[in-house]
Write a protein that binds this ligand. Structure first.
Ligand code: ADE
Length: 226
């Protein structure tokens, strides 16, 4: 999978992709992330990428021309399955959406800033708009990093233990059960006996029941999802 992220702040995104699992996914050749500086596609000598909104009002708007040039340049080099725009008014990101995106080939993610992008970008280039939650970030970069992380860790071979993404919270509309490690007793806080029993069927049953209990307590809405 290849993800091209169009941004005004490539340096802001270098960190999240150069550590841990996302770094290893790229080193193994399972994911390619390219950070594309939108300013390189500015058309005037001041390298402007934003301008005042027609009709007045507060805030600046990201201009259509640099974005159009950037996306068209990328598309002239390869095909893309989605051109995603990160925006608080997009479709809410969740695990099923991450699963779907992990099956795609090449993606473009455009990070918004200021008051957003000229509407013509959305009309003519964007195929999917994603929000990571009902709050406003200062730009789409952190949201793009969240989406890319959630998607890349699902790619086959990225996680060491192939089953571990399947046992994540949300994969079956349940949150994950509690986990414990050594020591079996710390102060007088004990690990549940069943986990020490070695009885695989009982352990699976306990984990499932704990997942259901937690989901009812913490995220009852998940139980109504398909
Ligand atoms: N840009 C600003 N806020 C955002 C959000 N909540 N989700 C996605 N992109 C954003």
């Amino acid at each position: 999978m290849r993800i091209d992220i169009i941004t005004l702040h490539p340096a802001l995104l270098e960190g999240p992709f150069s550590h841990s699992i996302l770094k290893r996914a790229q080193e193994k050749g399972l994911a390619e992330i390219h950070l594309i500086d939108l300013r390189n596609y500015a058309t005037n000598k001041h390298k402007n990428v934003d301008d005042y909104p027609y009709g007045g009002g507060a805030g600046m708007v990201m201009m259509v021309e640099p974005i159009a040039n950037c996306i068209e340049d990328l598309k002239s080099q390869r095909d893309y399955e989605e051109v995603i725009y990160m925006s608080p008014d997009g479709e809410l990101f969740d695990q099923p959406m991450a699963n779907q995106l992990s099956l795609k080939g090449n993606l473009i993610i455009l990070c918004g800033h200021y008051k957003g992008v000229d509407e013509r970008v959305r009309e003519h280039f964007i195929t999917k708009e994603i929000s990571i939650g009902d709050y406003v970030l200062s730009g789409g970069e952190l949201a793009a990093a969240v989406v890319a992380d959630a998607v890349i860790r699902l790619l086959p071979g990225v996680l060491n233990d192939e089953t571990s993404a399947l046992s994540d919270s949300f994969q079956d509309n349940l949150v994950a059960p509690p986990v414990y490690s050594r020591p079996a007793e710390f102060r007088d806080w004990k690990v549940p006996d069943v986990l020490l029993s070695g009885h695989e069927a009982n352990i699976q049953q306990w984990r499932y029941e704990e997942s259901v209990k937690r989901t009812k307590e913490r995220r009852p809405g998940l139980l109504d999802k398909e």
